[in-house]
Design a protein around this ligand. Structure first.
Ligand SMILES: *Cc1c(COP(=O)(O)O)cnc(C)c1O
Length: 397
């Protein structure tokens, strides 16, 4: 460990792997050419860009030409939704999504609704799962896009994406215009196997900083033959799909991170699963009135999300932070507002339970000693907070 603090918030972001940093280095200094320039400086960075495109494509079973680099996961999600909506205005205006999507999808849908799109937001069950039958049932002749995430960033539930693709396919078979299928794979790419053909998707978003790459870079996979209206208008970069001089160091880092993830992800899951289960089971057995959020089996190998009754997630977080433990609560994304997470509300938690939620996400540096430390330190913190809580039977009234 570089210091004494314990980082258990890998779903928010990951540190850049040292090997990724090393790969990026020269592109911050001597290899600075513009990839669009014809001279040798440009040729050098152009080659690096195309190598990164191959590395990222290989991670998800895509063709290099199907990868469009973006400024991150948010831009990739926005590009998928707006790109399809605006390119298909003459065919339809209906988009289907779910209540547990990242705000990069949900807020984009709200924007598109103001621009004349019709949006169906499907509910999820108590473990966060979207039903493939519900997706098929929501399709109309005006539907142009379905957007369902691969795994949820808060509760870790892995959605039945391949089954949803099948359900869409059989429902629209024989139909003239296409229904495109997008998935936000920001929490899965580089962590569990992701293959665009096995999943049956046309569009898929990835962010580098969630897989030990740099911040501010990501990509959208765009299946060959899919027309998208561009978000940015300018030069001819990214095959005319995204104007602006490419973030070469970032893209090189993304490529290196993708290649490392591809060769190391199986080993990483094997290490993380028992640690995750130790933390999960430890919390559930050592603390009374705790529930696990998300699906017990269909979940990311690094995610633990629990609701602790009678107290606030924020007060637990701050107390943990004083002990050097970094986690996340169910309302951090809407800081400043009192609304609990839309994901926890969507799985049916009452307000007061959703407010008492904590997310731990494990990663590369996580050790068993760290998990033991959390299991030792958290129960007394909860006991102390509950003793002060007016909600707690037996606590202060
Ligand atoms: C982090 C995250 C995003 C946003 O990615 P950025 O690169 O930070 O814009 C989108 N979707 C999910 C599921 C995420 O976890």
């Amino acid at each position: 460990m570089p210091d004494e603090r314990i980082y258990l918030d890998y779903a928010a972001t990951t540190p850049v792997d040292g090997r990724v940093r090393a790969a990026m280095g020269p592109y911050h200094s001597e290899k600075f050419g513009n990839p669009s320039s014809l001279h040798s400086f440009g040729q050098e960075t152009r080659a690096a860009l195309e190598k990164a495109r191959e590395q990222v494509a290989a991670l998800i079973g895509a063709l290099p030409g199907e990868i469009v680099f973006t400024s991150g996961g948010t831009e990739a999600d926005n590009f998928a939704l707006e790109g399809i909506a605006f390119a298909n205005e003459n065919k339809g205006n209906h988009i289907i999504t779910s209540a547990v999507e990242h705000h990069a999808v949900l807020h984009c849908c709200e924007f598109l609704k103001k621009r004349g799109c019709e949006i169906t937001v499907l509910p999820v069950d108590g473990s966060g799962l979207v039903s493939p039958e519900a997706v098929a049932g929501a399709l109309t002749p005006r539907t142009v896009l379905v957007s369902i995430m691969h795994a949820n960033n808060e509760i870790g539930t892995i959605e039945p994406v391949a089954e949803i693709a099948e359900a869409i396919k059989s429902r629209v078979a024989g139909r003239e215009s296409r229904v495109y299928f997008h998935t936000d794979a920001v929490q899965t790419a580089g962590h569990i196997p992701v293959n665009v053909n096995d999943l049956g998707v046309d569009l898929l978003a990835i962010s580098a900083h969630k897989l030990y790459g740099p911040k501010g870079v990501g990509c959208l996979y765009v299946r060959k033959g899919t027309r998208l209206a561009p978000l940015l208008h300018g030069g001819a970069q990214e095959n005319n799909r995204r104007a602006s001089t490419e973030n070469v160091p970032g893209i090189v880092g993304f490529g290196a991170a993708a290649e490392l993830a591809r060769s190391e992800m199986a080993e990483e899951s094997k290490k993380l699963l028992p640690l995750r289960d130790k933390l999960m089971n430890g919390l559930l057995t050592r603390i009374p009135d705790v529930r696990l959020n998300g699906h017990p089996a269909r979940r990311l190998p690094n995610n633990v999300n629990v609701s602790v009754k009678y107290i606030e997630g924020e007060s637990m977080l701050l107390n943990l932070d004083l002990l050097g433990i970094a986690a996340s609560s169910g309302s951090a994304c809407t800081s400043g507002s009192l609304d609990p997470s839309h994901v926890l509300m969507a799985i049916g938690l009452p307000h007061e339970i959703a407010h008492g939620s904590l997310r731990f996400t494990l990663g590369q540096q996580t050790t068993e000693a760290e998990i033991d430390y959390v299991l030792e330190k958290l129960p007394p913190v909860i006991e102390k907070l509950r003793a002060m809580s007016p909600l707690y039977p037996g606590g202060k009234k």
